[in-house]
Design a protein around this ligand. Structure first.
Ligand SMILES: Cc1cc2nc3c(=O)[nH]c(=O)nc-3n(C[C@H](O)[C@H](O)[C@H](O)COP(=O)(O)OP(=O)(O)OC[C@H]3O[C@@H](n4cnc5c(N)ncnc54)[C@H](O)[C@@H]3O)c2cc1C
Length: 385
């Protein structure tokens, strides 16, 4: 089998890349180990930056997002018994949208542009240093296959084989805490996300729809989600998020999903080797505090699609040659912002750290310059920054 771009991974990076390439007249085949249903139902990110919304809209993927997504002007920061609102639109002219990764994935599947092969196994990359790389795999019917391509796009997340095919340097930070996340069938108790600093640990009130809430608690690494009863989770969320503060109430409801997410920063550089290009989580991981993972994946494939279209339709390699540097500029900005939000909001036993965090929170909620810096990074810098 032959295609122009062999894409490994049918997450948001892989399917969006395939969609963008098709619009530029470049064909691709997407290989995915999981089933289509499994990939579409993974509950992960939920916030889209302005530039992600603009990109999805410009390529025909914005109708449901704009009809069913929820545009937010900003976020709340809660600390020391007070709630402060940061209005990104006033500060930077840019907003964010609440629209789950599951919904983005459904829209990509519904677009029907990707030629995706699901439930494949034993995916291996070959001859990536040559102009004729290829991928071998075993298809869902257990038949060994070979896919020849001009280029391989590694969109296979942090555990896929593409990362290993790129000899690279990596930078890594593991944090001493995780998030216990829940999905609950209850209307959100807030109109916009609440990020809460509390001596007991960080908490986040987020949402997925007018009837589904998504909430998180900072917990120690290695926490077993089963060790937290539903009642204990709601009680602790109430304490950390400020239930009763100025009359605000957290309304509990039935918990439908409970999981623990470790926090890690990871950047692999460069993001290209020979004819293999990495995009999304295959190249970098950020802790979710800055809501950047999905947005970075979208920004990467926006740059990569332009580079591959120029390379494969006009034999112009300029953008492909600068892809890694171009993508990494934004990756490092978002890596710093995610680290900054994480270290500002997650507490430890160290009283000195706590005072520094409170000082920083006071600064971003009282200084226009401090607030604008947070807003500019959270609402997102333009793709190509
Ligand atoms: C548990 C979890 C929770 C998260 N929560 C948040 C959040 O709250 N907020 C936020 O902003 N971000 C969050 N993220 C990050 C965000 O979801 C990712 O940044 C985003 O999914 C990146 O998309 P991607 O397509 O690059 O990678 P992925 O979504 O990981 O997709 C990679 C795909 O490659 C496939 N694959 C793997 N190995 C192979 C192989 N050998 N062959 C073929 N296919 C393969 C995988 O099955 C997967 O479908 C979370 C991530 C995880 C893992």
């Amino acid at each position: 089998m032959r295609t122009q771009v062999a894409i490994i991974g049918a997450g948001p990076s892989g399917l969006l890349l395939s969609h963008l390439l098709a619009q530029g007249g470049v064909d691709s085949v997407v290989l995915e180990t999981r089933s289509q249903e499994y990939v579409a139902s993974r509950v992960r990110a939920g916030i889209l930056e302005q530039s992600s919304v603009d990109l999805l809209t410009s390529v025909g993927l914005g109708d449901r997002l704009r009809a069913e997504g929820d545009e937010h002007r900003g976020i709340y920061l809660n600390f020391a018994g007070e709630r402060h609102h940061l209005d990104f639109v006033d500060l930077t002219g840019r907003s964010v949208w609440v629209y789950g990764q599951t919904e983005v994935q459904k829209d990509l599947v519904a677009a029907g542009t990707a030629d995706a092969r699901y439930e494949v196994t034993d995916v291996q990359l070959h001859d990536v240093d040559s102009d004729r790389p290829y991928v071998t795999y075993v298809d869902a019917a257990n038949t060994p296959k070979r896919l020849d391509a001009d280029v391989i796009a590694g969109c296979d997340g942090s555990f896929g084989p593409s990362r290993q095919a790129v000899p690279a340097e990596h930078f890594e930070r593991t944090y001493p805490y995780s998030w216990l996340g829940i999905l609950a069938d209850v209307a959100p108790s807030t109109d916009e996300l609440i990020y809460a600093w509390h001596r007991n640990g960080f908490a986040l009130h987020s949402m997925r729809s007018p009837t589904v809430s998504r909430l998180y608690l900072q917990v120690p690494n290695g926490t077993d989600p089963a060790s937290w009863s539903d009642e204990r989770i709601w009680d602790e969320l109430a304490v950390r998020l400020g239930h009763g503060q100025d009359g605000w109430k957290l309304t509990p409801g039935p918990i439908t999903e409970k999981s623990v997410l470790p926090m890690r920063s990871y950047v692999q550089t460069p993001m290209r080797h020979g004819r293999v290009f990495l995009a999304g989580d295959a190249a970098h991981i950020v802790p979710p505090t800055g809501a950047k993972g999905l947005n970075l994946a979208i920004a990467d494939v926006s740059l990569l699609s332009k580079a591959l279209i120029a390379m494969l339709t006009e034999n112009n390699h300029e953008l492909a040659d600068s892809y890694s540097d171009d993508a990494l500029r934004r990756v490092w900005r978002c890596t710093h912002f995610s680290w900054w939000m994480t270290t500002m909001l997650h507490t430890s036993d160290d009283p000195f750290d706590a005072q520094l965090q409170l000082s920083q929170l006071k600064w971003v909620t009282t200084s226009n310059a401090g607030a604008t810096g947070l807003a500019e990074n959270y609402a997102g810098l333009p793709i190509g920054f």
